[in-house]
Design a protein around this ligand. Sequence first.
Ligand SMILES: NC(=O)c1ccc[n+]([C@@H]2O[C@H](COP(=O)([O-])OP(=O)(O)OC[C@H]3O[C@@H](n4cnc5c(N)ncnc54)[C@H](O)[C@@H]3O)[C@@H](O)[C@H]2O)c1
Length: 252
Amino acid sequence: MNKYDLKGKIAIVTGARRGIGRSISLYFAQSGAKVVVTDIDKADCQLVVDEIKKIGGEGLALKVDVSLESDIKDMVKTTLDKFGRIDILVNNAGIFKTNDLGEMDTAVIDQILAINLRGTLLTCKYVIPSMKAQNYGKIINLASIAGFVSFEAASVYCATKGAIVNLTRQLACDLGKNKINVNAVAPGVIETPMISDLVATEEGKNALLNGIPYKRLGKPEDIANAVTFLASDDSDYITGHTLLVDGGWIAQ
Ligand SMILES: NC(=O)c1ccc[n+]([C@@H]2O[C@H](COP(=O)([O-])OP(=O)(O)OC[C@H]3O[C@@H](n4cnc5c(N)ncnc54)[C@H](O)[C@@H]3O)[C@@H](O)[C@H]2O)c1
């Protein structure tokens, strides 16, 4: 059971139809927040909202493609119209595509940048004014261990996650005076559809486990727990920080 208090808070989570984003949405709802569950597939978001209802919470499903500025504007307007404020923003939507940079289609490079980096910049751009007006806000960005160390053929993904770490620092400095906390969580290897190809064989799974001192893959709940802490007032004096939740991957 989740131990952080988000009673009465209004939260937006992007990329929340499955994986880490779904788990964050459920943790938030358990903690008392009303959750706007957004992703590219509204029906899947509605399934998460149905789960939220089952545990006695309140949620709203929205189709939001974070690579589309118009979707982001609509998401912010709809949330403010329905709930009157946005206390928590989680920039979770992301894609992981690999290839040697010299072989990668420019369209794929643009897509990774548009979702992982520009999407986060634009959600922040459109959410920050209302957070400033209420002199309160919690922004949590999903970075990655790939923002700190190399991953084979993942130069574009690594670049976006490194940028998220530094964006988190800079935004925290800009927004501290407005009592808006900006932090990131950097997951290690977490069992979600994003990495299903990497763990499809015992060999692949063991290769990953070799890099994890804690000797297990991460679960979405490991990340949701850390994000819920950073969304709560228990972490008020933490800002500009990227919290590694990686079973020790980076410690090696
Ligand atoms: N799983 C891991 O090992 C791992 C490790 C480090 C960081 N992360 C990060 O955690 C976050 C969540 O990843 P996950 O593991 O749950 O993966 P996932 O693929 O299960 O979930 C990602 C979600 O983002 C959504 N998404 C994709 N494109 C989108 C778009 N244009 N607009 C809105 N939503 C979009 C997908 O539909 C999906 O629901 C990502 O930012 C990812 O980079 C994951």
